[in-house]
Design a protein around this ligand. Structure first.
Ligand code: FPP
Length: 276
């Protein structure tokens, strides 16, 4: 089943005048889960707008099977794709995934090389499928040290998907929460020296403009797989009031049902944002 949701206008030049021809982009519906399970029925107000995910447990999943750690990362690709389909089905509008952290440079050179090439390949191989689903791909992270071929691939995917509105997928690659806040502080200090900003006028709203993706909304639900209960420097500023859900499933075993379970837990939480 397909839905038509985007209209694009194209200029057709005649001899003396030009006229606009409307071109429609066909958005594909998400593919149902292989079990045909449907998302839980929740009030739309109970659905988190922005879900951040730490895709943890690939190494342990591989070790349990006597495989190389890299096989765990490879198996994690399907989990991510299924979760994107499931996020659209349930009505999540923004998904941020931690695909490579600024701390992951401490891994072995072989694993770093693998993860760089793997991220590049996944973005390349999946961008058309994601574009068809109406997913806007956005890279969030630090440029320094990141392979230029990965940046090129990310930028191409961003251009291809820039007008999509169904779901924003933030690919957090070479991302660290402390690095992001530090980079913002450095940029603010430079702007203060250039007299472009007055230090006393700084507030949360202005600070947010200096983050890697100022348009990113605050995280509502922060999900980590694998049973570990840490945030590991992921979206620290944006997750200030996020609900934390830690599920005991290794990332390659996760799929849209994992996301939906986390959303059901989220739906039962009472969010007060500092109010009594
Ligand atoms: C954690 O597993 C995961 C990462 C270091 C990030 C990489 C994630 C993926 C490759 C998943 C799929 C990503 C894409 C882009 C499809 P770990 O190695 O820390 O596992 P462990 O804690 O069991 O050792």
């Amino acid at each position: 089943m397909a839905r038509v949701v985007v209209k694009a206008a194209r200029e057709v030049k005649g001899k003396s005048k030009s006229k606009k021809v409307s071109r429609k982009k066909v958005i594909k519906s998400p593919t149902p889960h292989r079990s045909s399970i449907r998302p839980p029925k929740l009030d739309p107000k109970q659905i988190p707008n922005h879900v951040a995910i730490v895709m943890d447990g690939n190494g342990r999943w591989a070790k349990q099977r006597g495989l190389a750690r890299t096989a765990g990362h490879e198996a994690g690709e399907l989990a991510l794709v299924d979760i994107v389909h499931g996020a659209i089905e349930i009505g999540v509008k923004e998904l941020s995934v931690y695909a490579f952290s600024t701390e992951n440079w401490r891994r072995s050179p072989e694993e770093i090389k693998f993860l760089m090439g793997f991220n590049r390949q996944v973005i390349h191989d999946r961008r058309d499928e994601l574009n068809d689903l109406g997913v806007k791909i956005r890279w969030v992270g630090r440029e320094k040290k990141l392979w230029s071929s990965v940046i090129t691939e990310l930028k191409q995917a961003e251009v291809l998907t820039k007008n999509n509105k169904v779901l924003t997928l933030n690919m957090c690659i070479n991302y660290g929460g402390q690095a992001e806040i530090l980079d913002a502080a450095t940029a603010i200090a430079k702007d203060a020296l250039r007299k472009k900003i007055k230090p006393d006028s700084l507030n949360e709203k202005i600070f947010t403009k200096y983050l890697y993706a100022p348009q990113m909304s605050d995280v509502d639900l922060f999900l980590r797989s694998s049973g570990e209960q840490r945030t590991s420097n992921f979206l620290m500023w944006q997750s200030a009031y996020a609900e934390m859900v830690f599920l005991d499933v290794l990332w390659p075993d996760a799929d849209r049902r994992t996301l939906w379970r986390a959303i059901e837990i989220y739906a039962e939480r009472e969010r007060r944002f500092g109010k009594a």
